[in-house]
Design a protein around this ligand. Structure first.
Ligand code: FAD
Length: 480
């Protein structure tokens, strides 16, 4: 195996040895917390070639391909990158993915492609996520990428929501020659790629350049239109759309309804906090344009990736003491290790077995402290996860000027309620009869992404959208 020449390494080895996220080149924590720019340092071409040369080309199907939800042919891409054939490598990713430059940045690679790399046994795995982003970025800067369009069929398809699921679906429909119109409730396209994932994980210009490919391919975008409120799915059929894809995600913040004080000034829901912290006002709905006020002492309540994103955003907004309160232990935390390790490196603290029970105002009426109770782990629940149980008389308080509730997400039930014969379950998730096609109970209506599965990943939503796009094409052709 070739060693990585030291001149290609952006930060020193000692720093990297302490890092829990493989061998990524990262900006130093004290520098990166001063801005919202990308934390990961892009590969130079030489560094990419050396990194790709570490792939040992496992026999087909390689474990990395199997672990990748979109089954990218990673060994072939590694082979091409190793030889400096970056544009051809980008072409490999385009075959199976509609968002390679984005999945290359935001996928939990340590749990997917990199996690299954056989080099893990004795060495660091190949950084296949980072190489995917590198190859596609390189292609965009040099050749550019044009979405291949099929022969026009004259058939119109409406997509509801402009997140990864609809993007995957749109790309397949464009390949098949159908006309695509996307209706979106927000002012700009992207879904959680814009209105969720922070800039330091996914710079907005990466998404913007991706979206421009879709605009050039002729996708019609209708912003500020909430389907189910302003018009219904039946209205869309009446307007002449022959099939409809629902890709509305699962974006309603879970609440702490029985906890007093959540309405105090200084208490935010995660989505509101992340959006206002990371998105420029011109892309925000009018009601979200008021600037955020972040205090010196911030607590974030929750244990998922959204909690890590809130901790890291608060640090970048000038908070001095940033603490995550989580009711179980670190072992039970649902969020990825990589994001948590980066949050810790940037200065976030974690307080486990801690459940907030009351948000307490100060003399000015704003949040001043959070009363908490200590928890212990009890018996496992139905899913085998140990239940947190309060420890009697263990109440204590944590001083805080800002609290952010990152407790998970629910779907909006509006489409189920306003669409006859569209089956939903679990408080509004869309029921699909066949996950490999996204077929719903309503003829001509397909669905995929977080609104079907509940909160998941960019890559899984995009894959579901691609499958539904191919199924819609079959449906339109069979209906002539
Ligand atoms: C803070 C945060 C960080 C995350 N970080 C990561 C990460 O690092 N890596 C990763 O892989 N995943 C991450 N995820 C998860 C990932 O973003 C989602 O799984 C993915 O975006 C789901 O795609 P989607 O298209 O199903 O839905 P969304 O991205 O939610 O898009 C749905 C779109 O539909 C619109 N919409 C909703 N209802 C309507 C309606 N009735 N009419 C019209 N439009 C509507 C919404 O405004 C939205 O634009 C994160 C999620 C959050 C919340």
């Amino acid at each position: 195996m070739q060693a990585v020449p030291s001149e290609f390494l952006a930060i020193d080895r000692k720093q990297r040895a302490n890092s829990a996220f493989f061998d990524l080149d990262l900006r130093l924590p004290e520098i990166r917390t001063c801005d919202f720019d990308d934390v990961v340092i892009e590969f130079a071409p030489e560094r990419a070639m050396v990194e790709a040369s570490r792939c040992i080309h496992c026999p087909d199907p390689a474990p990395c391909m199997l672990a990748c939800p979109t089954h990218n042919d990673i060994p072939s891409a590694m082979w091409l990158i190793e030889q400096g054939r970056f544009v051809e490598a980008a072409g490999i990713y385009h075959k199976t993915s509609s968002l390679p430059e984005i999945c290359g940045r935001v996928c939990p690679h340590e749990a997917l492609c990199q996690g299954s790399c056989v080099l893990n046994k004795h060495h660091q795995p190949v950084l296949c996520g980072e190489l995917e982003a590198f190859a596609v970025d390189y292609e965009r800067r040099t050749n550019g990428y044009i979405i291949p369009l099929g022969t026009p069929t004259g058939k119109k398809v409406a997509l509801i929501g402009a997140g990864p699921a609809s993007i995957g679906c749109a790309e397949q429909l464009l390949h098949a020659g159908h006309e695509v119109t996307i209706f979106e409730s927000k002012p700009a396209p992207g879904g959680l790629l814009v209105y969720g994932i922070p800039n330091f994980k996914l710079p907005k210009d990466v998404w913007q350049e991706k979206w421009e490919e879709f605009e050039r391919a002729g996708v019609i975008f209708v912003p500020n239109t909430y389907i189910g409120r302003e018009k219904t799915i039946d209205d869309l059929f009446k307007e002449g759309f022959e099939a409809i894809f629902i890709g509305v995600g699962s974006e309603i913040d879970a609440k702490m309804e029985d906890t007093p004080g959540t309405d105090l000034s200084g208490v935010y829901e995660a989505t509101d906090f992340l959006i206002r912290g990371n998105v420029t006002p011109d892309l925000l709905p009018m009601e979200m344009r008021k600037p955020l006020e972040v205090g010196k002492r911030v607590v974030v309540i929750g244990g998922g990736d959204t909690a890590s994103d809130c901790l890291r955003t608060a640090l970048r907004m000038g908070a001095e003491e940033v603490t995550c309160l989580y009711r179980r232990t670190e072992r039970e935390m649902p969020g990825g290790k990589k994001d948590r390790a980066m949050a810790r490196e940037e200065g976030a603290k974690y307080r486990f077995l801690t459940q907030p029970v009351k948000f307490i105002p100060g003399a000015d009426g704003n949040l001043a402290a959070v009363e908490c109770i200590e928890m212990k782990l009890g018996e496992p629940d139905a899913k085998g996860r140990r239940k947190p149980v309060p420890v009697e008389d263990s109440n204590f308080s944590v001083a805080a000027d800002t609290a952010i509730l990152a407790l998970g997400y629910w779907p909006d039930p509006v489409l189920g309620k306003t669409t006859p014969d569209l089956e939903t379950h679990d408080w509004g998730l869309i029921t699909v009869k066949d996950k490999s096609k996204g077929i719903t109970s309503r003829p001509g209506v397909f669905s995929g992404g977080d609104c079907v599965t509940g909160p998941d990943l960019v890559v899984t939503a995009m894959v579901a959208g691609r499958k539904a796009g191919r199924a819609i094409d079959e449906y339109l052709r069979s209906n002539n």
